[in-house]
Design a protein around this ligand. Structure first.
Ligand code: PLP
Length: 393
């Protein structure tokens, strides 16, 4: 393998770059997780997370990847045979649904074309039909990382309310939290599923659930077996007081620093930066689209994600070849297509600790990789991205 010099550009849509400040904060000796020093750090972190989730309700943490938080939500809320409605958004929505099936839940999928945002009217009409309220919950992915399409959580919540349906409302924010606006309480979300390795700029290995009072009440009656994920073993009052096992102390060191960084910048500025870098990416893709080149997978401009752009290569051209060229020749790592999008899309992550030169470097590598792999495209995508970034400076 050729030796690579210079920075490795990690442009996957998660995990993301870990800022030096976070790495340095984690570079410390361990402390007793039952002691006062850890308690103070954990309290600062949970208070900061509440501001990021925009909630006054309970947030719980686990040593796990996002899959753990997916599972925690299911085993705490449901009993065998319960019926749930999964809003189809892409690979991750169906994957969460598959997990429901593995736990013996009955899963109905509200079908949706992956290139477009989920239709609140379709959700409302399905829930209106469910007069007996057999559906116990609606599951949605806010930002579908496999497609780069954002789903309008506030509008989907309004649809549940308009149908007068009591279903719990579960939202996966794994690739939107701390990159795009999300409001747990205002949008009436009962359970929020989040992970450490994307907008929170930490390593993979910690997962979170935001839990509403309604969800905590449901958890008291749920019958699926649970031990490690059991909210009743973690909560005291409305915050986390206990751990099942050893608390991940080093994650808290990192989380404390990451939350301080987010607050220094200001969440609104964090979102604006993500929007700017995402828009620069979209400008580049629009230029590449010329000559029947690659195109945005997300069709509706209002639903194009600010944390990941999925780029559909023209029929007959393998997106993985472009990714391989970017990695092998230029040391730039991109995300690949998932499920049926394998080989059809490449995904450019633009979330977390990222600035203009970093995204421009990545876009330049993609443009060069398109050239090297013979994929037809318009030239000058990077110029278009630069023009936009200058106009926004
Ligand atoms: N949900 C979404 C939207 C994701 O993007 C991911 C991972 O990328 C997951 C769930 C699974 O999370 P993890 O890989 O941390 O288990």
């Amino acid at each position: 393998m050729a030796v690579s010099r210079g920075l490795h550009f990690f442009q996957n849509p998660g995990p993301t770059n870990i800022p030096d400040r976070v790495l340095r904060a984690m570079d410390r000796g361990t402390i007793d997780f039952t002691g006062a020093q850890f308690k103070a750090i954990a309290e600062e972190c949970f208070a900061g997370l509440k501001r990021v989730f925009k909630t006054e309700q309970t947030i719980l943490g686990y040593a796990a990847s996002g899959h753990g938080a997916w599972e925690a939500a299911l085993v705490n809320l449901f009993s065998p045979g319960d019926k749930v409605l999964v809003v189809e958004t892409g690979y991750f929505s169906l994957n969460w649904g598959m997990r429901c099936e593995s736990f013996g839940l009955e899963v109905e999928t509200l079908a949706n074309d992956w290139r477009n945002t989920a239709d609140p009217a379709a959700l409302e009409s399905r829930l209106r039909e469910d007069r007996g309220h057999a559906l116990k919950a609606v599951l949605v992915v806010h930002n579908e990382t496999s497609t780069g399409v954002v789903h309008d959580i506030a509008a989907l919540r309004r649809a549940v309310d308009a149908a007068g349906h009591p279903a719990l409302f579960l939202v996966d924010v794994i690739s939107s939290l701390a990159s795009m606006d999300f409001r747990m309480d205002e949008w009436g979300v009962d359970v929020v599923v989040a992970g450490s390795q994307k907008g929170l700029m930490l390593p993979t290995g910690m997962a979170f659930t935001g839990v509403s009072a309604k969800a905590l009440a449901a958890a008291a009656h749920a019958k699926l077996p649970r031990v490690y994920w059991d909210w009743r073993r973690l909560v005291e009052g409305n915050s986390q007081a206990w751990w099942n096992g050893t608390a991940p102390v080093h994650f808290f060191y990192g989380l404390q620093e990451a939350l301080r960084m987010l607050e220094e910048e200001g969440l609104d500025q964090v979102f604006a930066r993500h929007h700017r870098l995402a828009e620069a990416t979209r400008r580049a893709v629009r230029v590449w689209r010329q000559n029947d080149g690659p195109e945005m997978f997300a069709v509706d401009p209002r639903a194009q994600s600010d944390s990941v752009t999925a780029v559909l290569t023209p029929e007959g051209y393998d997106a993985n070849k472009v990714r391989e060229a970017a990695l092998d020749r230029f040391n730039v790592s991109l995300g690949g297509g998932l499920g049926p999008l394998q080989g059809r899309v490449l995904r450019i992550g633009h979330l977390g600790d990222l600035n203009e030169p970093m995204i421009l470097g990545a876009l330049a590598a993609v443009e060069m990789a398109l050239e090297l792999t013979g994929v037809p495209h318009g030239r000058g995508g990077v110029d278009a991205a630069m023009d936009y970034l200058v106009s926004e400076a």
